[in-house]
Design a protein around this ligand. Sequence first.
Ligand code: ASP
Length: 310
Amino acid sequence: MTSKTALVLHGGAGTLKPGDLSRDELAAITLDLNRALDAGQAVLRVGGPALEAVEASVEVLEDSPWFNAGNGAVFNAEGGHELDAALMEAHTLRAGAVAGLTTVKNPIRLARAVLEHSGHVLLAGPGAEKFADTRPEIERVRTDYFSTPARRAQLEAARGHEAQHGVGAYFGTVGAVALDARGHLAAATSTGGLSNKRFGRIGDSPLIGAGTYANEDVGVSCTGSGEFYIRAAVAHDLCARVRYRGDSLEQAANELTHRVIPGLGGEGGLIALDREGNVALPFNTSSMHRAWLKPDGARGVAIFRDDASE
Ligand code: ASP
């Protein structure tokens, strides 16, 4: 066992600028990002697996109304919610994912159940809900549990001024990547998708290799306009650049975030960790909620571009 653990989180790329959040909002968001770090750290500190750490952190963010996952998820164009999530364990390449959920309180927990118990990687819609019926650990809610006034206002705004589906001013997906004391990596992502998305739309988050991936070298969770992350297979491409081309984590993460995605017309960011505990948290939007706990114990939370030192 090494003791070099690390954990990085995101609460979504977005278009927030300093001054857009009140002091109370900033404090509440920071508190919940810190609570999510604590939940993952509690697992890692006692030698627990990275897979469990990322699940624990993401559950805290799903339960928080400040993020677009679980409670606080965005609305689709029909005024409902469809939730997507995935997680992946690097050293076994085991993965579990769910898409289009409407009654599962913590989608990441169902993704874990898919990984452990279904014999499949990705379950969607009514089939995923039916699988949830068989799992006693999965808590169910009425779909309005996910709704918040702020997200409804976003839907109204999106309906008001755009013809295209899926263009929200603020994303807010959540994700986590952890390195455990055995040197194993895991990554997880959970989201309500894009505000005003078409019914049935599935984004990059639950697609292994697009929004979520982990191999023995790198773990990654993406956030942003998912269609572009799917087309560029960003999460897997990042791992491949490091593994096959020998790029540094920073080089590969920056190239994808600042050249490949904008080159296609997309925007967003990602969080990534390599097996040495190096951290990359690039984004090409004005904000990305993020938090980190580095192997040397350095800990931080940031939202805007010029926030804090990473
Ligand atoms: N990538 C997510 C999606 O397209 C949205 C986000 O990151 O906020 O579903």
